[in-house]
Design a protein around this ligand. Structure first.
Ligand code: NAD
Ligand code: IPM
Ligand code: MN
Length: 369
């Protein structure tokens, strides 16, 4: 049988820096665990725009559709902010999500013990935190029509449309319930049914799927603004949260700070199963291209490394190896390795991106010694 295939899209800013560390880890799995991948690499975002005049070529899009999983670093940067909307780096990522139909974006937020002091919240609020946000990723206000900037009388109007069909809500709701069954059996759905019709439909559909297909899962509903407040007040009340594209974007950045740093949060974007039974999948850190620290060897590679762990678990049926990698990260943090985003303890000086990657490799070595 041929090796599973991986397409690596490092992207812009710190994307290539954190992805270099993931490449080392992929090499480690080949050398030490007999897990070999056919790895190819391509451009996305500003890097693709610079070379091809588009943030994602059709050829790269086609490759992404064929491989078993895509790993992406980050896209965007100030240099590209002036570009027309249609060729902005972010459009490359949105096209991948849309055309691969990656409707369920899993964003786990876990507070490692060694980092419980790093959150801006009190230690007892975040210690032991382990929640999963499932963000709908292919619809809602990100993609609804009409959209654009139009002339209306003497002035312009900017329009985006929040739009959800029942089937779009159904499928992501099922992702939420299935995830809850694998975890603490609790699902909280967030929308704004008090002011938005799309929220009314969202709540109704999630409730119906719960009643008819998942009566064993404890389901609750919350307005997303109250959800943001509850996530900072007492986040451990949650197990799995399912929410729409925009609220999920905001709430997952918020959740990142419960774990200490945005540089810690991985994600998996999953679609329907392919012919080989694996879901269409793209794995990427939640953070962006961090232009303020790009090129300085300061970026925390853990979000990207943990995204690869998610690939091992969700695309390659290697749950034990995913756990091995997560434990290696945990061990490195417990040993006091800190990139610059995780400073604050007395007497601790930061390690570089590659030193953090090397430390994880050493911990992996130790796990098989
Ligand atoms: P950002 O996530 O790039 O950075 C926010 C802050 O977090 C910055 O101070 C940055 O230095 C820090 N940070 C982020 N990741 C880090 C890491 N791994 N290690 C250490 N510190 C880290 O968000 P932004 O500044 O709002 O956006 C910058 C660009 O990235 C924009 O063009 C935006 O559109 C893009 N972006 C891309 C993605 C993606 O590719 N998935 C996600 C978010 C933002
Ligand atoms: C994210 C990012 C993206 C989003 C951008 C870069 C398109 O913020 O992945 O969270 O808004 O979805
Ligand atoms: Mn975001």
């Amino acid at each position: 049988m041929s090796n599973p295939s991986l397409l690596i899209l490092p992207g812009d800013g710190i994307g290539p820096e954190v992805m270099a560390e993931v490449r080392k880890i992929i090499g480690w799995y080949g050398a030490n665990r007999g897990l070999n991948f056919d790895v190819s690499e391509d451009l996305v975002g500003g890097a693709a725009y610079d070379k091809h005049g588009t943030p994602l070529t059709d050829a790269t899009m086609a490759k992404a559709q064929e491989v078993d999983a895509v790993l992406l670093g980050a896209v965007g940067g100030p240099k590209y902010d002036v570009l027309d909307f249609s060729v902005k780096p972010e459009r490359g990522l949105l096209r991948l999500r849309k055309e691969m139909d990656l409707y369920a974006n899993l964003r786990p937020a876990q507070c490692f013990d060694a980092l419980a002091d790093f959150s801006s919240l009190k230690k007892n609020v975040v210690a032991g935190l382990d929640i999963m946000i499932i963000r709908e990723l292919t619809s809602g206000v990100y993609f609804g029509e009409p959209r654009g900037i139009f002339k209306e009388g003497n002035e312009r109007v900017g329009i985006n449309t929040q739009r959800y069909t029942e089937s779009e809500i159904e499928r992501v709701a099922r992702s939420g319930f299935e995830m809850a069954r694998k975890r603490g059996n609790k699902l909280c759905s967030m929308e704004k049914a008090n002011v938005m019709e799309s929220g009314v439909l969202w709540r109704e559909v999630v409730q119906r799927i719960g009643d008819t297909e998942y009566p064993d899962v404890e389901l609750s509903h919350m307005y997303a603004d109250a959800g943001a407040m509850q996530l900072t007040r007492w986040p451990k009340q949650f197990d799995v949260i399912v929410t729409d594209n925009l609220f999920g974007d905001l709430l997952s950045d918020l959740a990142a700070m419960l774990t200490g740093s945005l540089g810690m949060l991985p994600s998996a974007s999953l679609g329907a199963p392919m012919a080989n039974g694996r879901p269409k999948a793209l794995y990427e850190p939640v953070h962006g291209s961090a232009p303020d620290i790009a090129g300085q060897g300061k970026a925390n590679p853990i979000a990207c490394i943990l995204s690869f762990a998610m690939a091992l678990r969700y695309s390659f049926d290697q749950g034990d190896e995913a756990t091995r990698l997560e434990k290696a990260v945990e061990a490195v943090l417990a040993d006091g390795f800190r990139t610059a985003d995780l400073l604050g303890e007395e007497g601790v000086s930061p390690v570089s991106t590659s030193e953090m990657g090397d430390a994880v490799l050493k911990a992996l070595d130790a796990s098989i010694a």
